[in-house]
Design a protein around this ligand. Structure first.
Ligand code: ACK
Length: 892
């Protein structure tokens, strides 16, 4: 009970305080328990804090020890729920030499090596004490003692380690008591690193007037979270206040990763800096931090794909969690088709026409089916004499015509034709019946003549086949040729064997004197015949100019003139003129034409035909979206034709790219850039590989990058990339992905997605050019043939690549940016906290994700996004989307 020695008078008791108590405490209760609620009990997690002790939530005896007996005393108050309020007070301010200790019971640290102690207390202002100033203190001390068990409490005072002297931010006076204003102090101290299993705390009073209202001891942890589909477990923070603990996450069920994701747990119990992520494996998609199986009728082929996608037309799934959809009966999909492609069936051939009919042969022709499911590889023609179906003949042909010979005169034959694509054979056409001509009065001698003629012809054909085969070293690709004479014939008719007499390219290196090579292949032009008009660009060796060439007796021509800069070395001169030595060997409408060279005077020059529209990539970028599909295919046809010529000549280009194609005013494309050394010094796109070669990575076939296997087949790969550049109007292949990422993605089987609005037949051809197995890629003559067919039959270009597999569409509907799915520009901008620009984007026509995908930095500036940070945020986000799309696209 308060006595005369006690400085504070008892304040009025709140009605819910049932037991008598010292004055000091009662006032505390006013503020401490306004609603009568207490914190949760021991061991509960408060955010990222885990309590080891909370004196206010201990229901029974705290078990703390105070000595001497007249020092700290516990006030036995209870709250309105009769729960004890463990408060200790001491107030021996009038007496000299106070040393009052209060020891807690043993507190386990539960594995934490850094703990926090939160004290709530009130402290009396010494100035407000009448006569107490001499001895009164306004601080107390806090200590700890570490021990593995509970037997350490009786250790000597001097074995305790001081944590700190605790002073009050606010002390109270008599006046405060009168006003019932409580000045409760909260102080937090931390201790670490702890090395034992637990510890005691001790509070030493040296003559203050204190009420220790609560003591809470806790450690901090980063609580278990799921981030980027990885579970990061509860993690106790490190011993050091600035320590970041690296924690490995484990992928949630049905998710996978190449590299385990990591995150850092800060000393404050916050998760920071997530690195890496898990992806729902094929057949599963992300929903609320889990991976859920794709439903029936949906599939997901790759972990990188964001969502399960509806099965494309004519396909289905039998079970949930499908990674691909199965084709319905009689429908097919090529092995190289992406699983997003519809399954199709060839429409049968309907239009079979009879051509020349003789007594022993009938010629037939037909039209390609309207909607073949892929590129037609060949036709199979089955025929037999009417009513003799058990004995029939099969001819395979790549062309849409054949001649069936060896037939009986005046006999009716039945013909059926079917097409084969990579998906297999389509159905046979209906039966067509044609009759051979009758024999007119033939003598036995006369009947011998055709037999001899046929034998001679067959002999000549076979001889040509063998010679051609030996000379060309090329396989025709029909392995059954030897068993089936008809195939051999077809093989011959299809011209797959290079016949003797085709000119081949001669490497100028084989000339001892390079000057001799130049003059063998290039005409010397008098400098006076050339008038230079303007500089149009810069080449590796000097300026490129446009001008006019007037050779006496010939028409004046516009020309491009490449000059060799002054001060060149002998090697530079040789390399410079080397291009002319190569170019001069070619004569083809789709290869840049060499007019001649100037070597006898300076500057040394190479004069070529002038191409008004310059290089193809720049031209397409300038005229984005301006051409019809037929015009684009026409350009591609020209390039393929030029390349066929080069490959027939045995010349491997190695740097086929839209930047190395020139285009004239009639939109005729011509292959250019025939460097002699072929180390591509002049190509800014060429990068050094690990093997030291300089290679334009994005355009180059994997085998050429990996082991320098440059062949016409690797040129075909590059041609596929050129197709992609052309159809996307000069877009940079693989956008801003790094060369290393491109190599990795291509090695892993990913391919560029279809450009926007790309005819399916063209994209199919691109994918064929990007076959990993170089022997499976089409040859340039086949490419020319396919493009010719497309041009002849423009309706075949109407089918565009299935929208769901197009990059732009994916950007719009299934954008894998971050973890989000953005269905609108607004949603996307909001997600990257750039929502303020939504209106500007919409007003300026960037209202779809398709349109947004084309945004450049210049566009952003024009739109008024002037802050560099915002520009970066938007561009990075777009970039990330594009890269993820490449990663997520078209596995072969
Ligand atoms: O894109 P361009 O205008 O087309 O810029 C380059 C530049 O010279 C450096 O190579 C242009 N160029 C090169 N050869 C010719 C040519 N035969 N006709 C027209 N322009 C050419 C090329």
């Amino acid at each position: 009970m308060p006595g005369s020695g006690r400085p504070s008078p008892p304040p009025p008791r709140p009605p819910w305080v049932l037991l008598p108590s010292p004055a000091l405490l009662l006032l505390l209760l006013l503020v401490l328990l306004p609603g009568g609620t207490l914190r949760s009990g021991l061991d509960s997690a408060v955010g990222s804090e885990v309590n080891l002790l909370d004196s206010r939530s201990v229901m029974g005896d705290l078990g703390w020890i105070a000595y001497p007996k007249n020092g700290w005393e516990e006030i036995g108050e209870v709250d309105e729920n009769y729960a004890p309020i463990h408060t200790y007070q001491v107030c021996r301010v009038m007496e000299q030499s106070q040393n009052n200790w209060l020891l807690t019971s043993w507190i386990s640290n539960r594995g934490a090596s850094r703990i926090f102690i939160e004290l709530k207390f009130t402290l009396r202002d010494c100035n407000s004490l009448p006569g107490g100033l001499g001895t009164c203190k306004e601080t107390f001390n806090m200590y700890y003692f570490e021990t593995d068990d509970e037997d350490g409490r009786n250790v000597k005072e001097n074995q305790y380690i001081k944590i700190d002297t605790i002073a009050a931010d606010e002390s109270f006076t008599e006046l405060d008591l009168g006003d019932r204003v409580m000045k409760l102090n909260t102080e937090v101290r931390d201790v670490g690193p702890l090395t034992k299993k637990g510890f005691y705390l001790a509070f030493q009073d040296v003559g203050a007037c204190i009420a220790l209202v609560s003591v809470r001891v806790y450690y901090k942890k980063c609580p278990e979270v799921i981030r980027n589909l990885a579970i990061f477990p509860d993690t106790i923070t490190g011993a050091d206040s600035s320590q970041l603990l690296e924690v490995l996450g484990s992928c949630v069920n049905h998710s996978v990763t190449d590299e385990p994701p990591r995150m850092h747990c800060s000393a404050e119990g916050e998760w920071l800096v997530p690195i890496g992520k898990c992806m729902c494996k094929a057949g599963y998609e992300e929903k609320n931090n889990t991976c859920q199986a794709c439903q029936l009728g949906f599939f997901k082929d790759l972990p990188q794909s964001q969502r399960c996608t509806k099965c494309p037309p004519h396909s289905y799934t039998r079970e949930e969690a499908s990674t691909t959809c199965l084709c319905e009966e009689h429908y097919f999909r090529k092995d190289s088709d992406p699983p997003t492609m519809a399954c199709t069936t060839p429409s049968p051939i309907t239009n079979v026409k009879k051509g020349k009919v003789a007594k022993n042969s009938i010629s037939l022709s037909w039209q390609e089916p309207d909607r073949p499911n892929g590129i037609i590889l060949e036709y199979e023609i089955k025929y037999f004499e009417k009513d003799q179906e058990t004995s029939y003949t099969i001819i395979k042909s790549k062309e849409t015509k054949i001649t069936a010979d060896g037939l009986k005169p005046a006999s009716v034959y039945v013909f059926q034709i079917r097409a084969r694509t990579a998906a297999g054979y389509g159905g046979f056409s209906r039966r067509f019946e044609f009759e051979t001509s009758p024999v007119l009065a033939a003598s036995s001698d006369q009947t011998q003549i055709p037999i001899i003629a046929v034998s001679v012809t067959v002999g000549v054909i076979l001889l040509a086949v063998v010679i051609g085969f030996l000379l060309s070293g090329r396989r025709c690709g029909y392995s059954k040729a030897k068993q089936d004479p008809e195939e051999e014939k077809m093989h011959f008719h299809n011209g797959h064997i290079k016949l003797p007499g085709v000119r081949t390219y001669i490497d100028p290196h084989t000339y001892e004197d390079p000057n001799q090579a130049v003059h063998e292949f290039a005409k010397e032009i008098e400098a006076s015949c050339i008038s230079i008009e303007r500089v149009i660009g810069a080449g590796e060796f000097g300026e490129v100019c446009s001008g006019r060439l007037k050779i006496p007796g010939k028409r004046e021509l516009p020309v491009a003139i490449k000059t060799l800069k002054v001060g060149y070395t002998e090697k530079q001169r040789r390399d410079f003129l080397g291009e002319a030595s190569i170019m001069g060997q070619f004569d083809h409408p789709n290869i840049i034409h060499l007019e001649g060279v100037v070597t006898k005077s300076k500057p040394v020059m190479i004069v070529t035909e002038y191409m008004e529209n310059g290089s193809l990539d720049t031209f397409l970028k300038k005229n984005d979206g301006q051409f019809t599909v037929i015009q684009l295919v026409g350009m591609l046809r020209g390039i393929a034709s030029g390349m066929k010529y080069l490959s027939d000549m045995g010349y491997v280009h190695r740097d086929l790219a839209a930047r190395n194609i020139l285009i004239n005013s009639n939109l005729v494309c011509k292959v250019s850039d025939f460097g002699l050394s072929r180390i591509l010094e002049d190509d800014p796109e060429a990068a050094y590989t690990t093997r030291g070669g300089k290679i334009p990575i994005r355009w180059t076939a994997p085998e050429a990058i990996a082991f320098r296997k440059f062949t016409s087949a690797s040129d075909v790969w590059s041609y596929g990339i050129v197709m992609w550049e052309v159809v996307s109007y000069g877009e940079r292949p693989y956008w801003e992905m790094t060369n290393q990422d491109v190599i990795k993605a291509v090695e892993e089987g990913y391919r560029l997605p279809s450009p926007m609005d790309c005819p399916a037949a063209l994209y199919q051809l691109m994918l064929d050019c990007w076959q990993k197995d170089r022997n499976s890629r089409p040859k340039f003559d086949e490419i020319v043939c396919i493009l010719d067919k497309l041009i002849r039959n423009p309706s075949s270009l109407k089918t565009l690549v299935n929208a769901s597999s197009r990059v732009s569409n994916l950007l719009g509907e299934h954008s894998p940016l971050g973890n989000g799915v953005y269905r609108s520009v607004g949603e996307w901008l909001e997600a990257i906290k750039m929502g303020r620009y939504t209106e500007i984007f919409m007003e300026n026509g960037y209202s779809s994700m398709d349109a947004v995908a084309q945004v450049t930095l210049e566009d952003l500036r024009r739109l008024g996004v002037t802050l560099v940070g915002h520009q970066k945020k938007i561009m990075n986000s777009l970039q990330e989307m594009k890269v993820q799309l490449v990663n997520g696209m078209v596995p072969l």
